[in-house]
Design a binder for this molecule. Structure first.
Ligand code: BTN
Length: 251
């Protein structure tokens, strides 16, 4: 039954941006990212949007699990071949595109967490597969809490989109986000993260905030670089740190 998921409308919106795109709904799957990465590693270059009603092994950044309650969340991945000149900053560009389509109050906590009012609304996991540096299959996974959920056991208390958008339904949110996300990926491919720096700045929740880096260094966040690194003023000067090196939290 396609009642809650506007699959045909998604196909129509995505087809001009991702020729040959497949739009698929999985009632249950381990992880939409894992599935599209399996296909990519098997050599598929098919553009695909895969949405799951339930993930049994959803994955987050840094090897963490991503838990989401069926019906109360949106979990999907977009897979497509991309050939940007430089890959750095891709996950931040995705964060910008998704945040902009959700609500003006949605901010970005570097590198690409979606936050509202000090709580985490959603997360993004970007992976790539392929042998060459140039053309690779990118898998962009997005998880958004639609309805309030239990925060027990989570390091960051969860926020819910319905606090900002009371009638939000997962299918409608996906329809709002998918095509702008595909457009942002094409823009990133052509112009790199530089094209997103000002837009990131407008939602940067760490801007001018004291922060602690996971390696113990302290400083004040002062924006992001043209390659998506976090700029931090410290006693030893201004650092540019990458998300592979450190995680960061408000001090
Ligand atoms: C994070 O904040 O750590 C990233 C969370 C990413 C979760 C999404 S849900 C859809 C896709 N499939 C996954 O297994 N993970 C991403």
């Amino acid at each position: 039954m396609e009642c809650a998921w506007p699959l045909q409308a998604l196909r129509e919106e995505l087809a001009p941006l991702m020729p040959g795109v497949r739009v698929e709904l999985a009632p249950e799957i381990d992880s939409t990212n894992s599935e599209l990465m399996r296909r990519a590693r098997a050599g598929s270059t098919q553009p695909v949007l895969l949405v799951a009603e339930r993930q049994t092994a959803g994955r987050g950044r840094r090897g963490r699990a991503w838990q989401a309650d069926p019906g109360d969340s949106l979990t999907f991945s977009l897979g497509l071949p991309l050939a940007p000149r430089e890959w750095s900053g891709l996950s931040l560009a995705v964060g910008v595109a998704v945040a902009e389509m959700l609500h003006p109050a949605v901010g970005l906590k570097w590198p690409n967490d979606l936050w509202v009012g000090g709580h985490k609304l959603g997360g993004i996991l970007v992976e790539t597969a392929g042998t060459g540096e140039a053309l690779r299959q990118a898998v962009v996974g997005v998880g958004i809490n639609i309805a309030p959920r239990d925060g027990a056991g989570l390091s960051t208390p969860p926020a819910a989109l319905r606090a900002l958008w009371p009638q939000a339904q997962a299918g409608e949110v996906l329809l709002r986000v998918a095509a702008p996300l595909a457009r942002a990926l094409r823009e990133f491919e052509q112009a790199g993260f530089g094209a997103f720096v000002e837009r990131y700045r407008a939602r940067d929740l760490l801007w001018d905030t004291p922060v602690t880096l996971s390696d113990g260094r302290l400083g004040t966040a002062c924006g992001v670089s043209g390659s998506g690194g976090l700029l931090v003023h410290t006693a030893a000067g201004t650092l540019c740190v990458t998300s592979e090196e450190v995680s960061v939290r408000p001090a």
